[in-house]
Design a protein. Sequence first.
Length: 549
Amino acid sequence: MRRSAAVVSLAVVTTAATAASAQTLQPKAGSPIPTLTPAQLALFEAGKALYSTAMTPAQGMGPIFNKAGCMSCHANPLGGWGPISVTHFGITENGMFSLVPGESQSLLQAFASSEACKERIPAAANFAAIRITNSSLAFGLVEAIPDAAIAAIEDPIDADGDGISGRVHWVRTLEDPAGPLRAGRFGWKAQVATVLSFSGDATRNEMGITNRLEPLENAPNNDQAKLAQCDTVPDLEDVPDQQGYAFIDRVTHFQRYIAAPPQTPRAGMAGETVFATVGCAKCHVPQWTTANDPALEDSLRGKVIRPYSDFLLHDMGLLGDGVAQDGAREPEMRTPVLWNLRTRDPMLHDGTAAGGTFASRVTAAIAAHGPFGEGAASAEAFAQLPPAQRAQLVAFLDSLGRLEFDADGDGAVRAADFVAFRAAYGQATNPDLPTAVFDIDRNGVVNAADFQSLLVAYEDPQGDCNRNGTNDLADILLGGAPDADGNGVPDSCIPCIADLNRDGKVDGGDLGPMLGTWGMADVPADLNHDGDVNGIDLGVLLGKWGPCP
Ligand code: HEC
Ligand code: HEC
């Protein structure tokens, strides 16, 4: 009986998987929106290539700059955040920030084509602050949130008396400077409203490439005479290619078409309720719907996204960076998005919540919301929570950026995740259990429908090593084929995997090669392919002791 039941479900799985009836999976952070047209995908790829390229001085990079390419800072994933910071300098008096007299901006360009041209923090400056590379990812979707929707939730005078008074940072765009004010949303101070504006800004201010939106070269400490000696490439340096797109257009295409990062489980964690209860969601607003604007691409239009930000400026008290920028005051910061938080290190604008474990980082970041700012009450409420609820909140934050089926959280769905799936198969689950990452159709049980999705998500090679017409993973999961080493390939296909010295038997002679590569990756003794040779592999070896079959 058992056997025939297994055979039936095997057949179901193989046909269903090929019919691609699996639930739609969430894309990985940094990948393109899955519904792009082929033409849009081509723009994404062309833009990604330029975004990943270091520009040369001959292309206009420099003479003063911070890095030669976008990817040098926005690396995790490409287009995302990174640990590199930039420096702003100026003068602070009684908490009021101003530019050093004679300077044109507060951002330092730390590198130069020659020592003579180098920009330096002038002696008159008494203040410097760093800013870590941030990223909203999914820039096109964030850009497509209507200004009016952001404005609708601002509360500049704290009319509801909850101690939180976010306000819109109204700004001009570089591409339409005479046009209407727009709701800023990008940058630590929400100082930029559109992706194209940021591309123009970063291309000149980080890389020293003049472009149609920022046509004037930065001079070292605004010294035009010095600039004249060092700037050898005529402006504009960023000129359109054969298809009519400049570099700033290309990198904008790439950024606009990046997908929203995954969140797994998609909903229902107890920690999200705690997140709301202690007031996090007042600023880290979970959900938005993009504009239903016919001018937008279908992939960006009318979409529900969950970035966990209100895109408003808040007085963060001592956590503010002390820089006044456009309409944003010294202590004001924009609520950052929290999607993809689980990979972020360091956190906060100055990178002070860094290293340690994810739990220690977020706990440090929350504690920093404290002194004298609008975040103080929720930081205090978090600190007062019983430990079990704090853990629930941290577990929820850890779901932001987690890939479906990625049980070990390494950002990929591989054999080790299949082993965990196999252990959970057939069992009930709920959003607060680790096995929730497997319940893709969210019906409360890890079952055959979820297995079909796993086959789609699986990144290790999938085969039919015993040529029985069934995927090897299905053989193991449903057909009961042994897979002692947990590599997703039935043991019968690799009869003597633990015979490391290939002498026809598993014995003491195989212990040497195993112990000699203990802790190493990509070696034969890593029998279960979990990234290092460890006790599990030793267990497999001992379990197979004796002559090879
Ligand atoms: C030297 C490092 C560095 C380089 C190079 C760099 N950036 Fe950035 N980027 C940053 C930092 C730091 C911020 C935060 C800036 C702020 O808020 O003041 C940022 C912010 C951004 C943002 C806004 C992120 C958000 O969602 O709030 C965009 C968009 C962006 N950069 C695009 C680019 C592009 C396009 C390039 C290449 C042309 C580029 N950057 C090159 C460091 C860099
Ligand atoms: C008053 C609005 C507000 C409230 C309430 C609030 N935050 Fe924040 N949060 C911010 C702002 C603004 C920042 C950026 C501060 C900075 O780096 O200067 C931030 C930063 C963070 C960061 C770091 C993100 C990154 O990319 O570096 C985390 C994590 C975070 N908040 C989680 C929480 C949690 C959890 C709660 C509830 C306990 C909470 N926040 C409550 C506004 C708020």
